[in-house]
Design a protein around this ligand. Structure first.
Ligand code: HEM
Ligand code: HEM
Length: 178
């Protein structure tokens, strides 16, 4: 069973921490317009930025294949789950950026001013903003289920799945590039 590369492992855990911080720093409703959380914007946009090298790494073959998966449906379920997580990691920051634009709030990332994705409106920011709010909580449930499945693989099926993402795992597990 091969491991992810150290850089992919680092991005995985950094992203997980950033998603949790984004959730805790989120403000909705009237506060979003009058007292927005710029920490929320920055942390959320960092999630989007980090998806890029991660997907590139996947395309370049840095995501290790599960050799001899225990069953075909399990392999398909893992792929579907990971794809869904990636969709959330892209759609959430983009919909948040859109919601901020609709609320007329400036969006910048580490000092770089970003263009508005929509024209500001006076009233409610609309359905995409609503989807962003719901999606922001859904991703935590999804990630929780994903973590439980990883733990089940590790301790019940004993197939070393968690070791693949463990930054401290011993080097006798071959790195995916080796
Ligand atoms: C917000 C939190 C999290 C997000 C967004 C997330 C996202 C992802 C994604 C997208 C992958 C697929 C990587 C790839 O193959 O390209 C992955 C893999 C993995 N994640 Fe997470 N994850 C989160 C939290 C966790 C937690 C809390 C655990 C463990 C308790 C965990 C354990 C793993 C493991 C073991 C893999 C490798 C699975 C395999 O090799 O099939 N993740 N994660
Ligand atoms: C992983 C990334 C993100 C997560 C998990 C997330 C999560 C959330 C959640 C849960 C809410 C609802 C808060 C509440 O109702 O109390 C929210 C609201 C909001 N978020 Fe995010 N967010 C993310 C990224 C972003 C980004 C990148 C931006 C802007 C650049 C953003 C802008 C907003 C705005 C403007 C609202 C208020 C929307 C409204 O009141 O209609 N978010 N976010």
């Amino acid at each position: 069973m091969r491991r992810y590369t150290q850089i992919t492992i680092a991005i995985h855990w950094l992203t997980a921490v950033l998603v949790v911080i984004a959730w805790f720093t989120a403000v909705g409703g009237r506060h979003a317009r009058t007292d927005p959380s710029y920490v929320h914007f920055t942390v959320g946009l960092a999630v989007l930025v980090l998806v890029v090298p991660r997907l590139l790494a996947r395309w370049l073959g840095a995501a290790p294949h599960v050799e001899d998966p225990q069953s075909r449906w399990m392999d398909l379920a893992a792929r579907a789950g990971h794809t869904l997580l990636y969709l959330f990691l892209i759609a959430l920051p983009l919909s948040g950026w859109y919601a901020a634009s609709r609320l007329g709030l400036p969006v910048s990332f580490l000092g770089l001013d970003l263009p508005a994705l929509a024209t500001p409106v006076q009233g409610a920011p609309g359905q995409i903003a609503d989807l962003h709010e719901t999606g922001g909580t859904l991703i935590l449930w999804l990630a929780g289920a994903h973590a439980l499945v990883a733990i089940w693989h590790q301790f019940i099926l004993k197939d070393g799945t968690l070791e693949r993402m463990n930054p401290l795992a011993s080097s006798d597990l071959a790195d995916s590039r080796e």
